[in-house]
Design a protein. Structure first.
Length: 451
């Protein structure tokens, strides 16, 4: 199954946060070998899930796990725990922070042992897989009327098969930084708002300035296709060799041939380091990245930062803003009764407007609580605001249309995706005919997907 945004890839990290990896453009997550090894245990665990460990006789014990938030956020969470316990003397909280690369293994083992936490911080692809195997409980009833407090995009990301599976916490989104001096030199007065306009601008910039336009995340071509509403698989068969897919790849091939695309690491899984280096050196006019990238430009290349302006990242035909990577608090299926009720109240406290806003300020992330994202911290720019501050304001305005894009339910996706990436590279650089390259990749996919 391909999980597009409305149903619903690791990620550019807000400052101080560790996440599974850095991705520019549409975010595409491949569930790794660690999950595949654990999934068989998870299926067994789902038949064994009970009510979890019994709470202390005099207090309801709520254990919650976060992902790689120590030590930067230790004081923040300790303060919240203290505040909550003081206001709820019948509740005992236990905070456990787990490194992101150990969390799936540790959580699956805890589920198997019947000792899962009451709440656990997850990203959307991981939550989807745990929910698919019945290891998370939907929280619609526990969320209740409070669902209206969160952005529509966050709720959509966490809705699987019509049910909500988490309390939204923080998110990210890409913006487009651009070198205004290069734009002026190229005679470009209209800032691109679509991918087609961006590719056209890249060609003009190359022709008139000799510099590169931008560096699309072609190593994540599946994600770019999803942004445009171009399916990878339909009815169990690969379908990315349609006329629309061919036309989409042809646009990049034309821009590549004209010299408008940065060639450094263009087809690599992670082209962000090469992209930001090219932008900081003045060799590239547009940079798609989260706002935090602009702090590097500010610190490392003050001359480029001085001529940098910011605009919303060009949006795909489906109206999706790239760069979403939502974190939330999910509830394992074994959390029931009074523990579930108290855990839900605490999750709402962790993710309320005030606490999300404070966390976002510390992390350089975006809150998913509507009032927090509308706070003047994001929406009211100072008269001396620089590119970074502008980027945060623009990003905040895209929270309802940003989605976490990823591929799920495609067996052996890593191998299949590598074949797709190789075929697209061959097509764009002109080594193969575009239709022939996509046909070969589709045939390979279908030979592996089965009848």
């Amino acid at each position: 199954m391909i999980r597009p945004a409305a149903d619903n890839r690791g990620a550019t990290s807000p400052a101080g946060l560790e996440t599974p990896g850095r991705v520019v453009g549409a975010r595409l997550s491949v569930i790794g070998a660690r999950w595949r090894r654990a999934s068989s245990l998870l299926l067994v665990a789902c038949s064994l899930l009970g009510s979890g460990p019994a709470p202390a006789a005099d207090k309801v014990h709520v254990e919650f796990w976060t992902m790689s938030l120590k030590p930067k956020f230790t004081a923040y969470f300790k303060t919240l725990v203290k505040q909550y316990e003081a206001a709820h003397p019948g509740v005992e909280l236990e905070w456990v922070d787990v490194p992101w690369d150990a969390l799936q293994t540790k959580l699956t083992a805890a589920i198997v042992a019947g000792s899962a936490p009451s709440l656990v911080q997850l990203n959307v692809p991981w939550a989807y897989d745990y929910a698919l195997h019945g290891a998370l409980r939907p929280i619609d009833e526990l969320l209740g009327e409070d669902r209206k407090n969160y952005t529509d995009g966050a709720i959509a990301d966490l809705t699987f098969n019509g049910k909500v599976y988490g309390f939204p916490h923080y998110n990210s989104v890409n913006v487009m930084a651009y070198n205004a001096a290069l734009f002026k030199q190229a005679g470009i007065t209209r800032i691109p708002t679509t991918r087609d306009e961006q590719l056209a601008a890249a060609k003009e910039i190359r022709a008139r300035t000799g510099q590169y336009g931008f560096s699309p995340a072609l190593g994540k071509i599946a994600g770019l296709m999803m942004e445009e509403g171009l399916p990878l698989v339909e009815n169990g068969k690969a379908v990315f060799n349609s006329p629309a897919h061919v036309a989409f790849i042809a646009k990049f091939a034309e821009a590549y041939k004209s010299g408008g695309l940065l060639k450094d690491k263009l087809f690599s899984e992670d082209n962000y380091p090469a992209s930001i280096d090219a932008y900081k050196s003045g060799r590239m006019a547009m940079l798609e990245a989260p706002p935090s990238a602009l702090t590097r430009v500010r610190d490392d290349a003050k001359d480029i930062y001085a001529v940098t302006d910011v605009a919303p990242v060009p949006i795909g035909s489906r109206g999706i803003a790239a760069g979403g990577w939502l974190f939330h608090f999910a509830m394992p299926r074994g959390t029931t009764g009074s523990v579930a009720s108290e855990a839900a109240q605490f999750a709402k406290f962790l993710t309320n407007d005030d606490n999300q806003l404070e966390f976002a300020k510390l992390a350089g992330a975006f809150p998913t609580a509507k009032k927090a994202i509308a706070d003047p911290h994001f929406q009211k720019l100072r008269t001396d605001a620089g590119a970074y501050e502008k980027a945060m304001a623009i990003g905040a305005q895209r929270m309802d249309v940003v989605r976490t894009l990823y591929v799920a339910g495609v067996p052996g996706f890593e191998r299949l995706n590598k074949r797709l990436q190789d075929s697209v590279e061959a097509a764009i650089i002109g080594r193969k005919d575009i239709k022939a390259a996509l046909d070969e990749a589709v045939a390979f996919w279908n030979s592996k997907l089965g009848p």
